[in-house]
Design a protein around this ligand. Structure first.
Ligand code: CP3
Length: 346
């Protein structure tokens, strides 16, 4: 019987710490840069199942990781909704949402028909990956997708979505309803195509006070997770960047695991969970820029993280995607340090 360390961490506590990294496939790997050139660009790589599967598997050829993550982007599923999207390499949307008509015009399409390359990529990865690894599928959370949909070319930040949701609450709710439905279909399709764990990325939802987060974001995340839970048994990880002030709400999302950025105090979070008797698996929380520090400092930071999580079950990961120039040897070093640790089970 195969032993999937990462998948098993959701159901029982183990003495080994599972490892994977957000953006584990990317520009810091020479083999990624070469394949991207061959494919003709980032989007071409995402939409070609052979290329996308190969690039998803590349980090496993180098590193002792416990998971493969589908290679795609949180924004690509917006294309069949009628959105013109480009990556240069930052995402640029040519036709951002401006009024209620634009929201009405957003199409909800059958992902099997319009995003078939995603299902095909997952199938190829499942065939090629070692049985003891776990395949992670993912998508953007409705709010984070909405943040991009509202962002105009000249916007320096994501203030357009904040203006919109306070000024035009009804329209905002309509947009979120559509995006939640679309996310549900898209993630269901990934599960049906072989994803064993789903991570939902809510990269920009840390921009609110807790009151607004609950009203404008949390309810939609809860709806999405609950709908997926009714239909599937696949564990769900929720990632939010900059959410140290939202701990109590994060514990109410219904997610099986919370992925933490590096700013959050994991020790305090674990204490809070114990007090509330609401224990979930955690993931995190190395600042990816520590890979640029000396090995000694990186080692010290890893030790701090290990101590903060203590006997609580967790998955080692970065608090935000790996940077594009991350030194490969430092990634190897961090993995080797974690592999030496035998966690005390609680
Ligand atoms: O983690 C993985 O290895 C899977 C692939 C993945 C990508 N994007 C590939 C990608 C995942 C999970 C994402 C998620 C994503 N995309 C998020 C959520 C996570 C986060 O960082 O908060 C967000 C906000 C995006 C939007 C996005 N896509 C941005 C801001 C950028 C440009 C950033 C950059 O690195 O320059 C992208 C492009 C993108 N998505 C790249 C990759 C590998 C770089 C493309 C390239 O030039 O090769």
């Amino acid at each position: 019987m195969e032993h999937k360390l990462l998948l098993n961490a959701f159901s029982k506590s183990t003495d080994k710490i599972p490892i994977w990294f957000m953006r584990q496939a990317g520009r810091y790997l020479p083999e990624y840069r070469q394949l991207k050139k061959q494919a003709g660009g980032f989007l071409q790589m995402c939409t070609n199942p052979e290329f996308a599967a190969e690039v998803s598997l590349q980090p496993l050829n180098r590193f002792d990781l416990d998971a493969v993550i589908l290679f795609c982007d949180i924004l690509t599923p917006l294309i069949p909704m009628g959105i013109e999207l480009d990556f240069i390499p930052h995402p640029v949307i040519q036709n951002p949402i401006e009024n209620s008509k634009d929201i009405e015009n957003l199409k909800i399409q059958d992902p099997k028909e319009y995003l078939g390359y995603v299902g095909k990529t997952l199938e190829i990865i499942r065939q090629k990956m070692p049985a003891q690894k776990t395949l992670i599928g993912f998508g953007g959370a409705p709010f984070t997708l909405a943040s991009y949909l509202l962002k105009k070319h000249k916007d320096k930040d994501f203030s357009s979505i904040k203006k919109f949701c306070f000024a035009q609450k009804q329209q905002y709710q309509k947009l979120m309803q559509k995006l939640t439905e679309s996310c549900y279909h898209y993630l269901s399709y990934q599960i049906q195509s072989g994803a064993e764990v789903i991570q939902i990325f809510d990269s920009w939802a840390g921009c609110f006070h807790e009151t607004a987060y609950r009203e404008l974001v949390l309810c939609w995340v809860q709806e999405l997770i609950q709908k997926l839970k009714v239909d599937f048994q696949v564990p769900i990880i929720y990632y939010l960047n900059g959410g140290s002030h939202l701990i109590d709400s994060l514990l109410e999302t219904g997610a099986d695991a919370l992925s933490l950025d590096w700013k959050i105090n994991a020790l305090q979070l674990v204490e809070r969970m114990k007090k509330k008797k609401q224990m979930v698996l955690l993931q995190g929380n190395l600042d990816p820029f520590y890979f640029y520090a000396s090995q000694e400092e990186l080692q010290q930071e890893i030790t701090r993280i290990v101590e903060d999580f203590g006997s609580h079950s967790w998955i080692f990961n970065v608090g935000q995607g790996l940077d594009k120039e991350t030194p490969i040897a430092q990634v190897e070093f961090a993995i080797s340090q974690i592999r030496k640790i035998k966690r005390q089970n609680s």
